[in-house]
Design a protein around this ligand. Structure first.
Ligand SMILES: *Cc1c(COP(=O)(O)O)cnc(C)c1O
Length: 380
């Protein structure tokens, strides 16, 4: 195929035939203005306010976790989640090279080194088989955890990412991680509302991290949340992200190096209004995904769908082209004609600052890197 006119026409039709169809635009049809005005009228726009508490309660219910800690962005949520599970300077953290840069930066902010293990073709997220193979070849299990035989460093966490909202094979990853005494933390930044065997993504690892950036399924302008069923870790997370302050009637006492990562009340107000609409957003995206699926099936293009036992949030939908040449034609044709499409990320080890990181063969990541394209996925 060398001509994507019918694809362009179909995508425009699904998005009300606007001159320009973005990849993902936020929708503000709920209580956004009301709640935002509330915060201004109350003067509580910043680090204190009722919306932060309300948003954290809502997140506990959406993620089905005991605790939720609202923070400034998803990157900070991952960074602190890793610190909470004991990732220390000099450690290693296993993740996928097929991800957004924030996953990897959050590891390095802790002074740890990323190690890249391949993804599965079906989920586009970290592969349990590849993880097991990597550990068998490169790691040794000691009393206090897994150590990399090549570098001598401790492998203290595993950080899979649910690519575009498609859940990874969590049970299998957990089995491998448990066998090797490695803690699993979920980068669920893209998968708010996605389910794995009936449970929300983010709630299955020791901790999970969500993002509420402007391009995500639900936005707070900027924001993130750490979720966990470990109440003590949740409390510690709140404390660390609010300058590690020891309660005192008037003195400033801080007994650990903390962060000013608290989500402002203004952002939490927007987040509450958006989160109220999550079910509707999920429903509309699912409908669009169905329409795309049947359309692309008729064109011989592989529209990516959720795997068995999972429910994807269809945050960013994507197609898989036959090869790089077809991919480039698709990208050129659509973008030239007012339909925004984007290739999947370059693999992280191509970036200068992560080129030195240890990695396996990356066969599936390399395959997907050449073929996956995101297509417009906004709620209509
Ligand atoms: C969006 C995103 C993040 C980070 O979120 P921010 O809120 O932008 O900091 C982290 N990981 C992945 C995979 C993301 O897509």
């Amino acid at each position: 195929m060398s001509d994507f006119n019918s694809v362009i026409a179909f995508i425009k039709e699904q998005h009300n035939n606007k001159d320009f169809t973005p990849l993902h635009a936020p929708v503000f049809n709920g209580n956004e203005k009301k709640y935002l005005l509330d915060t201004i009228d109350s003067t509580f726009v910043s680090s204190v306010g009722a919306y932060v508490d309300r948003f954290e309660e809502m997140m506990c219910s959406v993620a089905q976790t005991e605790k939720a800690v609202a923070v400034v962005n998803g990157t900070a949520a991952i960074q602190v989640a890793l610190r909470l599970v004991g990732v220390k300077p000099g450690d290693e953290v296993i993740t996928q090279a097929l991800t957004f840069i924030a996953t990897v930066n959050a590891i390095v902010y802790n002074g740890a080194t990323p190690v890249f293990v391949d993804v599965d073709l079906d989920t586009m997220g970290l592969s349990p088989k590849a993880l097991e193979a990597f550990l068998v070849e490169n790691a040794e299990l000691r009393e206090d955890g897994a150590y990399n035989k090549k570098t001598g460093k401790k492998i203290s966490a595993c950080l899979p990412m649910h690519t575009f909202g498609f859940p990874v094979h969590l049970d299998e990853l957990l089995t491998v991680c448990n066998n090797w005494k490695i803690t699993l933390v979920e980068d669920a930044a893209e998968s708010l509302g996605s389910m794995y065997k009936g449970r929300p993504t983010g709630s299955i690892g020791k901790l999970g991290a969500f993002s509420f950036n402007g391009n995500k399924i639900v936005t707070s302008g900027g924001g993130g949340t750490i979720v966990t069923n470990d109440i003590e870790l949740g409390i510690k997370g709140k404390y660390l992200t609010t300058t590690a302050k020891v309660p005192h009637p008037y003195e400033f006492v801080h007994d650990e190096m903390g962060y000013n990562f608290r989500m402002p009340n203004l952002n939490a107000a927007l987040a509450c209004a958006q989160l109220e609409q999550l079910d509707g957003f999920l429903e509309d995206k699912r409908k669009l995904a169905k329409e795309y699926q049947s359309f692309f099936a008729g064109k011989g293009i592989n529209f990516r769908t959720e795997t068995p036992d999972t429910k994807a949030n269809y945050w960013l939908m994507c197609v898989e082209l036959e090869n790089r040449q077809e991919r480039d034609l698709f990208l050129n044709d659509t973008n030239k004609n007012g339909v925004m499409t984007r290739p999947i990320w370059q693999l992280m080890f191509r970036l200068p600052m992560y080129a030195h990181c240890q990695k396996d063969a990356q066969q599936n990541a390399l395959f997907l890197e050449e073929r996956i394209i995101n297509i417009p996925s906004s709620v209509r």
